[in-house]
Design a protein around this ligand. Structure first.
Ligand code: C2E
Ligand code: MG
Ligand code: MG
Length: 585
């Protein structure tokens, strides 16, 4: 990082003309033209002779070309040879102090006429003659710096000063050729921040930018000097690791990054926690070309996200490949709603005290005509960025309420339904009115509807948010905070908001065995929740040990693969009927 900064400063900061300075012995203004001519003839490399007065103050310049041209003419030498040089020199040379910047001199010369470019200019030190510089040197310096700057702009990311996609792909391609020749392996890490968009939306882009810079620094610290860290776009980073022996080398780096991210970042006077999901791929095992490797590492990164984020995964053949065609996904997304391509899957939530299913979370899926069933991690962000989330979200709400009523009509015991709400949807004027009318249309009891909101939402215009929250509570719907614990370390704001439940993020539930501190965190959240009469849901419970941790730490509800993956409505219905018949398990 520091070398990068230095590099950028070097480019931005124009050096002084001192670097161009050449000392040429000046002549006194009383010297004769013959003396000057002799100097020029003896020294073909000299392009001009500076002239100074007896106090070593420059007062003119003799340009080789014009001077020699006129003295070559017959008789000039005889007639004028003994005249003082002051009669023949250019009396208005460009004189600059040696601390003048190259850029300023360039401007002076261009303004004064380009002939000065040829004769050069005089450089002084405290007003005294110090040396001369020629236009070529100046031009060289300017164009080289321009080139370096252009190169920099084209190859480095302005914000983090890391190599950008272009440079990274080039380095990766070179590294692949080298590794192929030497029969070595190389590794690629694809890193995507978890929930970065929430920070950007709720705290502003300035905050988001600072966060990215801080993350870039942290990644650079985690990597070895010989590794190449780059920012591909947005919150996506990559690291190229040359000469790896096996995947366990990448494990070490993955682990180090995940660990490093657990330390809070200080951004604009705030403590922020941000986690990353990492995917890795290796040359030549996983792919033999640069683009292929990126796509595979990206696929592995999505697998890490699917596994609860804040972790890393290696590419395994068969993982879905999606990346690089975001544009086409965006185009398709615009028509997906009209073409009826969305569907909802439902994941049950278990009330631990009774073992019964208390409710289901509706999770959107996109049945894409070519790509098959897409999970929301592939398109919710695009939907949010394009604003499509507003209409998609409205459809989700309507469909989920309809389903809840249909299940009861089909004879299932009443269960609540949880619906995820994006910040952008929530901020729409008339949001609570929309919720009210959907509930009324569906005919469901409002108390069965729970809206899942994200922590970041509460950091925005607090009064407006509070107003909407109270309107929703008055309708009788329940409110939950989703992915709790991933947002902000300051929890005190919660007291102000009329919330019913906290859904503890899966990253705290997962891997309790490997990270026992997670259990402590969940216990602390549970204690806080109880003190505020909040219900607690553990998300992403996969194993028996995670289940018992959730239970002993004070979560009342659990949700996760341990019980069921999200299922289409009809499959969930069969599953529920089965369960109602044999409630054990
Ligand atoms: P979320 O609301 O936190 O949903 C829980 C996610 O965790 C779901 O992923 C679910 O399939 C997954 N999950 C549940 N149990 C387990 C487990 O035991 N292990 C693992 N590894 N994962 C588990 P999904 O369905 O891919 O949804 C991802 C996110 O997309 C959701 O996170 C939610 O933030 C967003 N989302 C889903 N549907 C909607 C929607 O209709 N509107 C909006 N705005 N966002 C949605
Ligand atoms: Mg949710
Ligand atoms: Mg969640």
């Amino acid at each position: 990082m520091s070398t990068m900064v230095a590099h950028m400063e070097k480019i931005n900061e124009s050096p002084t003309v001192a670097i161009l300075l050449k000392f040429i012995q000046p002549v006194l203004d009383s010297a004769t033209c013959l003396a000057a001519l002799e100097l020029l003839q003896k020294n073909p490399a000299i392009f001009a002779i500076p002239v100074v007065n007896s106090g070593n103050i420059p007062c003119g310049i003799v340009d080789r070309h014009t001077f020699v041209e006129s003295f070559i003419k017959p008789f000039t030498k005889e007639i004028y040879g003994k005249s003082p040089i002051s009669d023949f020199m250019n009396k208005t040379p460009i004189i600059v102090g040696k601390e003048t910047s190259i850029d300023d001199v360039a401007k002076i010369i261009i303004d004064a006429g380009m002939q000065h470019m040829v004769s050069g200019f005089i450089i002084t030190d405290n007003g005294q003659y110090s040396g001369v510089a020629d236009g070529h040197g100046l031009l060289n310096e300017i164009t080289q710096r321009k080139q370096a700057h252009l190169f920099y702009l084209a190859h480095f990311d302005h914000l983090t000063e890391l190599p950008n996609r272009l440079l990274f792909m080039d380095r990766l391609a070179m590294a692949i050729i080298k590794a192929g020749r030497r029969n070595t392996h190389l590794g690629l890490l694809f890193i995507d921040l978890d929930n970065f968009k929430h920070y950007n939306d709720s705290m502003g882009h300035g905050f988001g930018d600072k966060l990215l810079v801080a993350v870039a620094e942290r990644l650079t610290v985690c990597a070895r000097k010989s590794d190449s860290v780059a920012r591909l776009s947005g919150d996506e980073f990559t690291i190229l690791v040359e000469n790896v022996n096996s995947q366990s080398d990448l494990d070490i780096l993955g682990e180090r990054i995940v660990e490093a991210m657990h330390q809070p970042l200080q951004i604009m006077g705030r403590e922020v926690f941000v986690t990353a999901s990492i995917g890795t791929a290796m040359y030549p095992g996983d792919d033999e070309d640069a683009t292929g490797l990126i796509i595979k590492a990206d696929a592995a990164m999505y697998e890490a996200k699917r596994n609860g984020r804040n972790t890393w995964r290696h590419y395994v053949p068969g993982m879905d490949l999606y990346s690089f065609d975001r544009m086409s996904l965006e185009t398709d997304l615009r028509t997906a709603l009209a073409r009826n391509q969305f569907e909802l899957h439902y994941q049950p939530q278990v009330l631990l005290a009774t073992g019964k299913i208390a409710g289901n979370e509706a999770l959107i899926r996109w049945r894409h005509p070519e790509r098959g069933l897409l999970s929301p991690i592939h398109f919710i962000e695009i939907a949010e960025e394009t604003g499509l989330i507003v209409s998609i979200g409205e459809w989700v709400l309507r469909e989920a309420c309809r389903q809840q009523v249909a299940w009861i009509a089909n004879g299932l015991e009443p269960m609540s339904i949880s619906v995820n709400i994006s910040a952008m949807q929530f901020y729409q004027t008339g949001f609570s009115e929309m919720v009210r009318s959907i509930i009324a249309d569906s005919g469901m009891q409002p108390a069965y509807l729970e809206l899942e909101l994200t922590e970041s939402l509460f950091m925005h215009d607090v009064e407006a948010v509070l107003k909407t929250l109270h309107e929703l509570r008055e309708l009788g719907v329940k409110l939950a905070i989703d992915d709790f614990g991933t947002g902000y370390s300051n929890l005190s704001y919660l007291r102000r908001f009329p919330i019913n439940r906290l859904k503890v993020d899966q990253s705290f539930i997962r891997n309790v065995e490997r990270e026992p501190v997670n259990a402590e965190i969940v216990r602390a959240i549970a204690a806080l929740g109880r003190s505020m009469s909040l219900e607690l849901v553990a998300e992403g419970v996969e194993t028996d040990s995670e289940l018992s941790m959730a239970q002993t730490s004070g979560c009342e509800f659990v949700q996760g693969y341990r019980f069921s993956k999200p299922l289409p409505a009809d499959q969930l219905e069969s599953w529920l009927r089965e369960k109602q018949r044999s409630p054990a398990k």
